[in-house]
Design a protein around this ligand. Structure first.
Ligand code: PA5
Length: 459
């Protein structure tokens, strides 16, 4: 299970005292009951009171439902069908273009970067277990980037396919990219065959649904009702790309289900979700620290951080409220933002995201006859040891200047623990929304640019 350590936060001046957290025990325990009741209400199809609208609480019990369904229905279950479709596409093509934006993109990218080979697309196919290369598009309207991917796809004769993800089915960035890539695909495989090479993930109606039907897509996966885009990583939105990458999607869901159990049953003092919300909230109230820095230690967690940036920003950034999320990657960003975090304004609260156990053999610095760099003294030290020293040294430096930090520790970067982490952060976002009286669901502010863009284009 993930570990959450607040030693670097409970540092008195500049940080918190135990009493600051204890004050939140009662309200947060009540909010937990409220959030559990929302999940049950949603699952039972009961009436959602106006004050709670929209209530996209479907994400909460989704992992449990998908796993239960797999156990009960086997090959007919949604999870088994996702796996079968991913396996079929992996047999058919060597490359898959995943189209989607926002919540229909960031989760899949986070899973790829965290759990797959760091050079997934470039390494020999055996190092990615024979699964297809994955490219993301439809998450912008960047002419050069689209050209670049089309050049790459046309650069050799290997087959490729498309997974197009859009809950609404009408998001312009994704729809425009789908049309462009579909045109190219039709040229290479022919109109008759298109349906085999394209798998849509979308609602039960809408423009993408209609288009997919028209081109004869035999497989389609839903974004379940009541699961908002940024809460959809553990639905087909994230699971289909993950299965194509060869990830263990059952383990992802099992991790999320474990977090659900922990959230529902652990006491306030031991509850990672509630403690995480309490610390962030108390830092904001007591010290005005409304910039939440997720300090990821390791390159593989950057996209998880960007997924979380969207989750927090789009869920809580409403009614002139909501903390400002910012992901950094260390040690890289110690050489860019580090100065400001050490000596800048005291408006930041840093949570370190640390992986305890690496997946690969530690590489030692090693002895060299050319010791001009003076590193022979450290010859036996490994890269993980250098990273641990950097984490400890950075935390110490912050502590000495009364700058609080928390550590969120992932035992291993695998599907199970990633499932725990993603679910923890989604639950924490909902709990914090209820705490600050912001509905975490819906994103009315995103509509303004879309409306204007469409009006300008269609003038
Ligand atoms: O979190 C959200 O709901 C948004 O970020 C959406 O995922 C994003 O706007 C894409 O929407 P759609 O999946 O409808 O294309």
């Amino acid at each position: 299970m993930l570990q959450y350590n607040l030693d670097g936060t409970l540092i008195g001046p500049g940080g918190l005292e135990a009493a600051d957290l204890e004050k939140l025990a009662s309200p947060l325990t009540s909010i937990r009951e409220e959030v559990l009741a929302e999940a049950d209400l949603w699952a039972s199809g009961g009436n959602v009171p106006d004050a709670k609208q929209p209530l996209d609480a479907g994400f909460h019990l989704l992992p449990n439902r998908l796993l239960d369904e797999l156990a009960a229905e086997g090959d007919d279950s949604e999870l088994a069908r996702i796996q079968a479709s991913a396996d079929r596409l992996s047999e058919l093509v060597d490359r898959v273009v995943v189209l989607g934006i926002g919540g229909s993109y960031m989760g899949a990218r986070a899973l790829l970067e965290a759990c797959c080979h760091p050079y997934y697309n470039q390494v020999a196919p055996t190092l990615r277990h024979g699964r297809p290369e994955i490219y993301f598009e439809g998450n912008n309207v960047d002419n050069d980037a689209v050209h670049g991917l089309l050049d790459l796809l046309a650069g050799d004769s290997r087959d490729w396919g498309i997974v197009c993800i859009s809950k609404s089915g009408g998001t312009l960035e994704t729809a425009a990219a789908f049309r462009i890539f579909l045109r190219e695909l039709a040229e290479s495989v022919g109109d008759e065959q298109l349906g085999k090479y394209v798998v849509p993930v979308t609602g039960d109606s809408g423009k993408l649904f209609d288009l997919a039907t028209a081109i004869g897509c035999s497989e389609r996966f839903p974004v379940p009702d009541g699961v908002g885009g940024r809460f959809s990583v553990l639905s087909a939105v994230g699971l289909l790309p993950a299965a194509i990458m060869g990830l263990d999607i059952e383990a992802l869901l099992a991790g999320a289900a474990e977090m659900n159990e922990h959230f529902a049953t652990a006491s306030f003092e031991k509850n990672i979700v509630l403690q995480y919300v309490a610390a962030g909230h108390a830092m904001e109230k007591k010290h005005g620290a409304d910039i939440r820095i997720l300090s990821t230690w390791g390159k593989r967690l950057e996209a998880v951080g960007l997924w979380y940036d969207q989750l927090l920003a789009e869920s809580l950034g409403k009614h002139e409220k909501g903390a400002m999320p910012l992901t950094i990657v260390n040690t890289r960003d110690l050489h860019s933002r580090g100065q400001q975090h050490q000596e800048g304004k005291r408006d930041k609260y840093i949570t370190n995201l640390i992986v305890a156990e690496g997946t690969r053999e530690p590489i030692a610095i090693g002895e060299s006859d050319n010791n001009q760099d003076g590193l022979n003294e450290l010859a036996k030290k490994t890269l993980p040891e250098v990273l641990s020293a950097a984490i400890a040294g950075t935390n110490q430096a912050y502590r000495e200047d009364n700058r609080p930090t928390a550590d969120l520790v992932i035992p291993e970067l695998d599907e199970l623990h990633l499932g725990q982490l993603l679910q923890m952060l989604m639950l924490a976002t909902v709990v914090e929304g209820r705490l600050i009286s912001v509905n975490p669901y819906g994103q009315p502010g995103v509509e303004a640019y879309k409306k204007n863009m469409n009006a300008i284009l269609r003038k």
